[in-house]
Design a protein around this ligand. Sequence first.
Ligand SMILES: [Zn+2]
Ligand SMILES: [Zn+2]
Length: 553
Amino acid sequence: MSVKQGDWVAAAADQVIAEGKRRGGAPLVCASGISPSGPVHLGNLREIMVPHFVADELRRRGLECRHVLSWDDYDRLRKVPAGVPANFAEHIGRPLTAVPDPCGEHESWAEHFKAPLRTALAKLGVEVDEISQTQMYTSGAYREQIVHAMRHRQQIDGVLGRYRTKKVVAEDDVEQDEEDLAATSAGGYYPYRPYCEVCDRDSTMVTDFDDASTEIRYRCECGHEGGFALSGTDSGKLVWKVDWPMRWAFEGVTFEAGGVDHSSPGSSFTVGSQLVREVFDGLPPSYLGYSFVGISGMAKMSSSKGGVPTPIDILEVVEPPVLRWLYNRRQPRQSFQIALDGEILRLYDEWDALGRKVEAGTATDLESAVRARSVGPAAGSLPSTPHPLPFRTLASVADVAAGDPEQTLRILRDFTIEEPLASLEEARPRLDRAQAWVTTYVPAEDRTQVRTEPDRERLEQLAPAQREALKLLLDGLDEHWSLTGLTSLVYGVPKIQAGLPLDVAASPELKLAQRELFVLLYELLVGRDTGPRLPTLLLALGADRIRSLLTVA
Ligand SMILES: [Zn+2]
Ligand SMILES: [Zn+2]
């Protein structure tokens, strides 16, 4: 085994290879399934990212691997999500591809919610083979499997029955169990639910099935009673717990991931694993459960921003490689949070530090592998920023310059004295993300408001020592006009005042004096007692503006 400790991607890839060998050299297929029933969230993205990294690892090893994305768009509309007019409730029970588009620009409800995820996947370098389950079911691709399942309904009922009494906690599984029970309640068990020919909804109940003719009879809540032969008409689907294993066999799936809840006893994965062997003559895939992905730092945001951010929203502020990194650096069973508050600065710092470590050759093999998987897929790296500055710096500059491109370029040049930026393009797209973060996620009360006029009253009341500190600072500006220069200047002023050499270590008294000076500077420059790091703020303001705000008349 070549697998390094803790490398879940490599370990999963090894298992998939073993699974392929067990099946006599079968093609390697990683599968994801997404229901485009509403906005696809960051937790759902893990459903795609976990198999993506496994497929990507197999490709890096020179193996062919297919990554299938099944759109569960033939599922019924269960509920109308927030942000969509309530009158869409009339479509509940219809297939997602038969519900109209809420915005009018897409072919259907399903396409409306697929589109943004497709865009996000392209930005993330995730390549998938899309399969529309509507297309598969309505084209009759599964006819044989449906008839087979109906003829083996008692056997299926028996397998499901072994688990029906067990307590199930997962919310998804509760819905599936309701579906399972509905399939049983008509006096017999039927693992298939037709969409009504009159109202197009699946509020139907199968009342009879003839094994020989494949003729099905059903009754719908709308009052319609009808029937058709399953061997010739395609207007319904297998219930979820049977549909999933049927598709494992149909696609030859060798790897799939699912929410950790799905792997508990009686869950769809355990039941499916039995059904695929006993009914569909196939094998369950190698499987990994994944945990929740949350968002933190939204508490301070105004509710006007709408719902929970989706992957495409996050990519406005998080670079694609960094988002890939979040999804592959931890074991899938570990949950994690994507931070949208000030923690995002630390995230970028950590990412940049990892890059420096890899470049310096001091990273572990695992760290190097994780970074390589993050910067892009096996096919090549994703676009990067030619001249990347720390996100923290860019955010401070965006905050102070308030989006003014000329001012931004001037400031950024001061930050890159050794190799000055030729244009803002060189700092993009990271700069755009920092600007988007400041305008979208930093609450107004935390934004820096540079004074437009000096605080004259305050300046006149300054103690002699304070006046002297400001003078020392202003006199040293030109000589120290760089990030490191200004850093030693602002920390050095209290040392000079105390008659100490500049390289002396700070005593508690000196630290207190430094803190007092910083507070004074913040108040005079931005009208609060805190703000961006002072050297950054000073560089961003420019010497003229600093002089106009700090000079005592
Ligand atoms: Zn739309
Ligand atoms: Zn009906």
